[in-house]
Design a protein around this ligand. Structure first.
Ligand code: UDP
Length: 241
């Protein structure tokens, strides 16, 4: 049975990395395309003013808590999110599975060349994975039909989409019924980490729940978007009162 916690109307699955991975494995036994989303506080805040995004989160098949703010909020609300489960970690676990089971994947998104580079690095690390295709994330709306066809023709079972949030969630949702992959997952900046064009925060920042701070130092122009975190915490605290 699926157990979810609501944070500002957004249902988040009460999972650990392992139970999220079990859910993924169940999706692989299915026949239709399932959608995995990895919201952080920015996306939960975005969903407050974007009803389409909120609906997409409600319809997603697995919603993992990829933000330390969501864990704090859950603690303040007295609901049961235990730990942060990052998209980067779940993607890694899924790639291990793909290697063990000789699966085909497709990488969509990132600047030109980034998905191909990420694909090469994934293959070097996991040689039994077949990277069935890659496509950069800067295409026109008219090209989307062709891209969906190409993904289907490639025979990939797992699709990783890195168009930034919420663009990637909307893209997957828009094409979900046509996509023949078993799982489509929004992975944001993870593709850049695999390509080597961005680095994940050192473990010490991850352990202290300060990955957001590391990102702010590396990409200071994101500060406007990141103001969502303090705003979110204030909202949670006021909601509690
Ligand atoms: N991206 C893309 N197409 C777009 C916008 C973004 O392919 O139209 C890619 C971008 O190059 C990067 C990834 O999406 O590789 C994540 O972008 P961002 O860091 O803005 O998103 P977040 O990690 O905050 O979801």
């Amino acid at each position: 049975m699926r157990q979810q916690v609501k944070i500002m109307h957004v249902p988040i699955d009460q999972v650990t990395l392992e139970t999220a991975f079990y859910a993924f494995q169940r999706f692989m036994d299915g026949t239709s395309c399932r959608m995995i989303v990895t919201p952080n506080t920015e996306i939960v805040m975005e969903a407050q003013k974007d009803p389409d995004l909120l609906e997409i989160m409600k319809e997603a098949d697995l919603v993992i808590p990829d933000g330390i703010g969501l864990i704090y909020a859950s603690k303040i609300q007295g609901t049961g999110l235990r730990e942060r489960v990052t998209g980067v970690d779940l993607m890694y676990r899924i790639l291990e599975y793909c290697h063990e089971n000789h699966k085909k994947i497709y990488l969509l998104g990132g600047k030109p060349g980034v998905a191909a580079l990420a694909g090469q690095n994934i293959r070097n690390k996991f040689p039994h994975i077949a990277v069935a295709g890659t496509q950069d994330g800067y295409f026109q709306r008219e090209e989307e039909g062709r891209i969906v066809e190409e993904i289907n023709r490639s025979g990939a079972e797992i699709l990783f989409v890195a168009l930034g949030a919420p663009k990637q969630e909307k893209w997957i949702h828009r094409h979900k019924t046509l996509l023949q992959v078993k799982v489509a997952m929004g992975v944001g900046g993870s593709i850049d980490i695999w390509a080597g064009t961005a680095k994940r925060a050192p473990v010490i920042y991850q352990k202290l729940g300060l990955e957001w701070f590391y990102r702010l130092m590396k990409e200071p122009w994101r500060y406007k978007r990141m103001m969502a975190l303090p705003k979110f915490m204030v909202k949670v605290l006021l909601g509690k009162k």
